[in-house]
Write a protein that binds this ligand. Structure first.
Ligand SMILES: Cc1cc2nc3c(=O)[nH]c(=O)nc-3n(C[C@H](O)[C@H](O)[C@H](O)COP(=O)(O)O)c2cc1C
Length: 173
């Protein structure tokens, strides 16, 4: 049994939801998983493996993600670790791998930590939960990229089977 720390950088709670799903899946395999936000990370020395999931907002992962990585680089590099990115762009079949997803490539260019285990997951779209300005911006982006523009749309673009496969890779890491 490994003690796994799963950290989320999440604005509206969806990346946290993916982390909690992974936690349940891994618990079924007798893995002890602690899920925490980037703002409340416990001592990394207490864990055998560390994974981070981060969402995209206005084209970027949050700056706090990179600050965390700089502060904890040696722990991240010496333990089995991995990273996943959550975005609406990743709903597209030609942008849903670490190699083809521009946000993952941006992460790898900016991050001094270069984890071996990487994945991208489609995020959620819930227009009613956004303020008017964000709703309009995202509707415009969806219109440009041929996604749903109906302001009542509430949809999860996550491929949960892919999340299951990531859980297996976390165990093997
Ligand atoms: C204000 C806002 C801006 C967003 N910007 C982008 C973006 O630039 N590109 C993208 O692919 N997804 C974008 N998204 C979609 C989020 O990445 C997606 O909803 C994700 O599931 C959010 O996860 P979180 O709740 O953990 O933050 C945006 C969402 C919001 C609410």
């Amino acid at each position: 049994m490994s003690r796994i720390l799963l950290i989320h950088s999440s604005v509206h709670g969806y990346t946290q939801k993916i982390c909690e799903y992974l936690q349940r899946k891994l618990a079924e395999q007798d893995q002890q998983v602690t899920v925490t936000s980037l703002a409340e990370v416990p001592d990394l020395a207490e864990f055998d493996k560390v994974f981070i999931g981060a969402s995209i907002r206005h084209g970027k992962h949050r700056p706090a993600l990179y600050q965390f990585i700089e502060t904890h680089l040696s722990a991240l590099e010496t333990k089995p670790s991995g990273f996943f990115s959550v975005s609406l762009v990743a709903r597209k079949s030609h942008k849903n791998t670490p190699q083809t997803n521009s946000y993952m490539q941006q992460f790898l260019n900016q991050s001094i930590w270069q984890p071996k285990l990487l994945q991208v997951f489609g995020g959620n779209l819930n227009y009613q939960s956004y303020g008017a300005m964000d709703r309009n911006i995202i509707r415009f982006i969806m219109w440009l990229t041929k996604g749903p523009t109906d302001p009542t749309t509430k949809v999860e673009f996550t491929d949960w089977q892919k999340v299951d496969e990531f859980a297996v890779q976390m165990i093997k890491a």
